[in-house]
Design a binder for this molecule. Sequence first.
Ligand SMILES: Cc1cc2nc3c(=O)[nH]c(=O)nc-3n(C[C@H](O)[C@H](O)[C@H](O)COP(=O)(O)O)c2cc1C
Length: 353
Amino acid sequence: MDIKPTYDITKDYYYNFEHGPFYSGDYPTNLKVESVHLFGKKVDFPLGVPAGLLLNGRWVETYGKLGFPVLVYKTVRSCKYPCHPYPNCLYVKTAMIDPDDPPEYILAPKGYVPESYRLVTITNSFGMPSMDPEWWQEDIASLKRRLPEGCFLIGSGVGTHTGSTEEIAEDFVRVAEMLAEVGVDAVELNFSCPNVKDHEGSIYMDPELSAYILAKVKKAVPYVPLLVKIGLLIGDKLREFVRACAPYVEGVAGINSFQARVVDEMGKPALGEDREKSGVCGWALRRCALRFTAELRKIRDEIKADFLIFSCGGVTDRESYKEFINAGAHVVMSCTGAMFNPLLAREIRGGED
Ligand SMILES: Cc1cc2nc3c(=O)[nH]c(=O)nc-3n(C[C@H](O)[C@H](O)[C@H](O)COP(=O)(O)O)c2cc1C
């Protein structure tokens, strides 16, 4: 058994926030450097950790030292916001998800543990908690002083839904301004959380609204590269989204976790009655994410857009990293893979071809 999680799924988010990451090994040295330029900044390797695992500056710093140069600080808000209750992560047992024939439900059997980090698939359910902005702004400012050369720090933010569409758009602007203020290298707006019930989590399904918010944010912080994080879209829906939003962004990141009904052996919601659906990520998401990446790259090239593609979804080993590069990703990211194998960057960047 090779699973060595840095996030303890038997404990809640707050415990992990305060005490994690749980890694006491050596940091890899002599990692292969394949420099890429991201919006004018030289970065050591096109590999990163997407929004989610890096709960605060300590987590970001640890994964930077573990060899992931592109680092996304977990999604924050313009106000303090609570996390969904424990459990926040469960192992699930499923075949690889087929984007053309998605499963009706996904099983989280009690006591089940996958046999290898390469196959880990989980459901996660946090609801995008946030510390208050004073706290995370100070944390990011201090992190910036510690991060080594060759890294690229992305701040992810979400607007909080308080009423009208206009209000959520204004809150996206507010959080983007707060992130820009502390000098992140790029701002990412999360339009796709499978774990919140209202509008916040499904903005990416509405190209017009997405473009409206992105245009407002771009106008407010024109000097910071802007990324948008989306969930699984393919075919015409992806094309429509890209056509509407490409003028406002320098990067598209995806995919977010796949929203599914996750049940226990009795067919009951595995996370509790009030959380019938949640996000599924890790190995089983790979086929969906590869299809998304290949289609996104094709559309981008067809319309001669120049945004960069930040791909994630089921990258758990060196082979899958290469599959995403071949599919057209500019940067490949791993959340679940990096969570259960902190030495994944060494595996990917280590040896010769
Ligand atoms: C523990 C955990 C927390 C996450 N939290 C966020 C988040 O706050 N914002 C976000 O945009 N995505 C979040 N995600 C989704 C990941 O960024 C990623 O899109 C998804 O997990 C697919 O990648 P993976 O298969 O490598 O895990 C989270 C994922 C995990 C596993």
